[in-house]
Design a protein around this ligand. Structure first.
Ligand SMILES: *[C@@H]1O[C@H](CO)[C@@H](O)[C@H](O)[C@H]1NC(C)=O
Ligand SMILES: *[C@@H]1O[C@H](CO)[C@@H](O)[C@H](O)[C@H]1NC(C)=O
Length: 437
């Protein structure tokens, strides 16, 4: 899961063209995690509704490669951490460039981001100070806006309007979808998500999962997933509000792929770092539901996501990273340990014969997908070894991967990349081959 730290001032929601350029030089002196640039942020004042991108999961984002030059951002592009973004008042474009190198490499693992990381490494830190001087903090900008008598609409006010729009029987389907699409952007922020909850928005999107309109289901799941991400308070309310059952129903029944994709995204956000939800998921037969996705036609795009989710959940339980007072839950460590103990994920995985389901996915052509499959194979090895030992198809697949990655890793090394991506993949393949021994 990618955690999205969307922290964007709402300058672009104002009629900013009426303002003096010097007051708008630097709206975005903010640390971006992986931030999605929404159509709605850059739409002009023509009153057009944002176009809903049916493929806008964080995992799907097109990645923007920052350099030291300002470059215009396209809608939907993801900006790596350490980039700076500004609004160009001449053109109305949002632009970004590279300024820092402190990337949270835990947040994303895709090949593209690795490439982006490699590019970042090439840069120096020299610009940092210079940029700090140039960019003014948000608070100061807000004060300046106030001096200019420009009212900054708060996120709270915006969300309130969007919720009303979504809830109003007078709104058209397109208007409701647009409202959800915009809400998704706001609820990434932890505090906004809490407000969203207290305003009754969370319950509305949970009910939205029941909608007869697939497009509403899809966007409701998208908003839910965003609000749940790393937000224990929302996670608790959502599970009490019945969100888990509804998501599983979506995944278990016939639905358009786009709906399932977003439901899986929301499920993932619901389960991560929330052992109670993981227990409920197992109790409700959630693992069988995911297993069912491998029997349905046309759900291939979801398989790697499922693999990633399982891997993350297994590792999460094993690592003590969740211990301590993280997420502000001081004193709850013992309870959490108890809860994790009751999550019997691996036995269920083995019993449902995921060992074979997973190993078959090595046949996928994308390196990125194989990387995820290899990771999961690595952690399952201890439990699936007997199953794997007699599996000729698996040893053939591993042999082929080994030769392919030996070649690619050698190439990589010739290009001067000593610790490259393919070398890493080769390492994973070799470890598994060894363990099968
Ligand atoms: C949604 O609309 C219903 C009916 O008009 C109203 O009772 C309810 O309070 C609204 N919910 C929210 C969260 O605005
Ligand atoms: C909503 O979904 C639940 C299952 O999650 C189902 O039991 C209920 O009947 C649905 N309600 C409507 C109005 O479709």
């Amino acid at each position: 899961m990618i955690s999205l730290g969307c922290l964007i001032c709402s300058c672009e929601n104002q009629n900013s063209k009426a303002l003096l350029p010097e007051h708008l030089t630097a709206c975005y002196e903010i640390e971006f995690a992986l931030t999605k640039i929404e159509e709605s942020d850059i739409k002009d004042d023509s009153g057009k509704e944002p176009i809903a991108d049916d493929d806008a999961d964080p995992e799907d984002l097109e990645v923007f490669y920052p350099t030291h030059q300002w470059q215009a951002l396209r809608p939907g592009q993801a900006v790596p951490a350490g980039s700076h973004v500004r609004l160009n008042l001449q053109t109305g474009d949002r632009e970004a460039r590279l300024d820092k190198m402190d990337i949270d490499s835990n947040s994303f693992t895709s090949q593209e981001l690795k490439k982006a990381l490699a590019k970042m490494k090439e840069s120096e830190k020299a610009h940092e100070e210079e940029v700090k001087k140039k960019f003014r903090p948000i608070q100061q900008l807000k004060e300046e806006f106030e001096k200019l008598n420009v009212k900054m609409e708060t996120d709270y006010e915006i969300m309130d309007k969007l919720i009303s729009k979504f809830n109003s029987s007078a709104s058209t389907l397109d208007e409701k979808v647009a409202a959800l699409y915009d809400l998704e952007y706001y609820v990434h922020q932890v505090d906004n998500a809490k407000d969203f909850l207290s305003m009754g928005g969370l319950q509305l999107v949970i009910e939205g999962l029941n909608s007869t309109e697939p497009v509403l289901k899809e966007h409701a799941a998208f908003v839910l997933g965003a609000a749940l991400s790393s937000n224990p308070k929302v996670q608790i309310e959502a599970i009490e509000g019945g969100a888990l059952q509804k998501l599983l129903v979506i995944l278990a029944t016939e639905q358009p792929q786009a709906v399932k994709k977003k439901a899986l995204f929301a499920l993932c956000s619901m389960l991560r770092h929330f052992p109670y939800a993981q227990q409920q998921f197992l109790k409700l037969g959630g693992l069988q539901v995911l297993r069912g996705l491998f029997r349905q036609k046309g759900t291939e795009a979801l398989h790697v996501r499922v693999v990633t989710l399982l891997y993350d959940l297994i590792v999460e339980k094993k690592t003590p990273a969740w211990q301590g007072a993280e997420l502000g839950q001081v004193g709850s460590t013992e309870e959490k340990i108890q809860q994790y103990r009751q999550v019997k994920l691996v036995p269920a995985v083995v019993e449902q014969d995921w060992c074979v389901v997973v190993s078959k996915l090595l046949a996928l052509p994308e390196h990125d997908a194989r990387e995820k499959v290899l990771q999961l194979l690595g952690v399952l090895m201890a439990f699936c070894r007997e199953r794997y030992r007699g599996d000729r198809a698996l040893s053939t697949a591993l042999g082929l991967l080994r030769s392919e990655y030996e070649e690619l890793a050698a190439e990589e090394q010739r290009d001067g990349d000593k610790d490259g991506y393919f070398k890493e993949l080769l390492g994973s393949v070799n470890t598994i081959i060894q363990e099968l021994g």
